[in-house]
Design a protein around this ligand. Structure first.
Ligand code: PFF
Length: 450
């Protein structure tokens, strides 16, 4: 296969790629979603399945996705089209790219609404709204936010504007620089939160909840949610990591980068869990409270710790930044597609993609208030989008990425990019057999329950 160059530029270094991909991976998924789905699915056993999925499915598929991106160096659609042609395989492989573009668009439409909650909380904490607050006050404040579609819509609009602004400027300027110091800061603040959680008196209860598996609490759906989340949190299965990989310089090690990214991502999620559950238990709250979990727990901590308003504001601000660097990668596949295949300028592509996403986001805004009764299979619009994307589309996308990299791509191509040691053989075996089988079995198990 001949070497190709990306039409959209390249990262300035291997580190820039690792930071940007970590920026994509670390986001609401780690700090907002991981704790609440862990709470809903009973704790320890769920966390264990999630960790196994990261190791056995997530990391190998991340390597595969970056590899395909760097070989194709185009939008996920054109990358798959090109790689399939090179391998003389069925041109329908390009649909993998299409599913990815669609999934990114669907995810961003609700991701932006939730990021809007975090934005609202930056200002609430900054105003000292929660000082000395108890669980009931904090819950009432959150319920009040959800009940106001116009406020949710305003924050959703602001977040979408922020996202499209950076995407319009291109990946390199802006994003690289921002992620460089924001990620470490987020880490430090999480460590402070874990420190606070240790002082609540319920720290060990939180640790047991997270790490002591009780398999009787593990349903078929829980296994599906854990696997879906492994894809979601690592930004896999929809071309985000593929497009970032397409900007990766030739010499950088894909395997090493994947381990760094997955390691940092998992650490942030576990720290978020360690910060949140002790506060939940110390205040007699419900771990299964659902999507509002961090918004009804953390403000209690901030309201009752020294300099809490300052730390709280900073914390939600960093959460917004983490969401921002993920949001950008969610829409990048669609934007590159519009630029490559429809001849739009980057700015025009951003306008169209952003507008469509914003419009769809209104559905999620309404699903928390006026439209909370509009359900299908007992799920609201937001729940449906979340389930469809995270638990179905991303694992399916990942499954096909693994199959393509393991079975369709010529061995000499993957070997040349990844090196030919035992690590390579282990990876190849995993993407050929282990990851596809794991995804398949989890799907089968969950169909019985759905
Ligand atoms: N990984 C992000 C998070 O955990 O918040 C969400 C995400 C970003 C999912 C990009 C998928 C994606 F392509």
């Amino acid at each position: 296969m001949t070497k190709r160059q990306s039409l959209h530029g390249e990262w300035s270094s291997r580190w820039a790629f690792i930071l940007a991909a970590t920026g994509s991976a670390v986001g609401l998924g780690n700090i907002w979603k991981f704790p609440y789905i862990t709470g809903e699915n009973g704790g320890g056993a769920f966390v264990l399945v999630y960790l196994v999925c990261i190791a056995a499915v997530g990391i190998p598929i991340m390597i595969a996705e970056i590899l395909l991106g760097r070989l194709g160096r185009r939008s996920p659609i054109n990358t798959m089209r090109y790689l399939a042609r090179q391998a003389r395989a069925n041109p329908r492989w390009q649909y993998l790219g299409w599913i990815g573009v669609l999934a990114g668009f669907l995810i961003l439409s609700y991701y932006s609404v939730i990021a809007g909650w975090a934005l609202a909380y930056v200002f609430r904490l900054g105003a000292g709204t929660f000082s000395g607050a108890d669980a009931e006050t904090v819950q009432a404040a959150f319920d009040g936010l959800l009940a106001s579609p116009e406020i949710l819509l305003a924050w959703h609009t602001i977040f979408m504007l922020m996202t499209m602004l950076v995407v319009a400027r291109g990946v390199r300027s802006g994003l690289e620089a921002a992620v460089r110091f924001l990620m470490p800061l987020l880490f430090v603040l999480l460590a402070i939160m874990v420190g606070y959680a240790m002082s609540t008196g319920a720290f060990m209860e939180g640790v047991r909840f997270l790490f002591q598996p009780d398999f009787s609490k593990l349903s078929g759906t829980a296994v599906l949610v854990a696997m879906g989340h492994a894809f979601f949190t690592l930004s896999l299965g929809m071309g985000a990591i593929m497009i970032y990989g397409s900007y990766l310089p030739e010499k950088a090690s894909i395997t090493q980068a994947s381990f760094y990214i997955a390691g940092a991502d998992t650490l942030v999620a576990l720290m978020a869990g360690l910060a949140i559950f002790p506060i939940v238990f110390a205040n007699g709250m419900e771990p299964g409270a659902g999507p509002g979990l961090i918004f009804v727990t953390l403000p209690i901590a901030f309201g009752n710790m020294p300099a809490g308003a300052l730390f709280g504001t900073l914390f939600f601000l960093l959460l917004v930044f983490a969401a921002w660097s993920s949001a950008i990668s969610l829409i990048e596949p669609a934007v590159t597609h519009l630029v490559e295949d429809h001849g739009h300028s980057r700015i025009k592509a951003c306008l169209w993609a952003g507008l469509a996403t914003w419009l769809l986001g209104i559905g999620t805004v309404l699903s928390f208030n006026w439209g909370s009764e509009w359900t299908l299979f007992g799920k609201t619009f937001f729940d449906l989008l979340d389930f469809l994307t995270a638990n179905i589309m991303l694992p399916l996308g990942g499954l096909f990425i693994a199959l393509f990299a393991g079975w369709v791509l010529a061995r000499r191509d993957s070997e040349r990019e990844l090196g030919d040691g035992w690590g390579y053989r282990a990876w190849r075996f995993t993407v050929r057999y282990v990851s596809p089988l794991a995804v398949f079995i989890v799907f089968l198990r969950s169909i019985e329950v759905i």
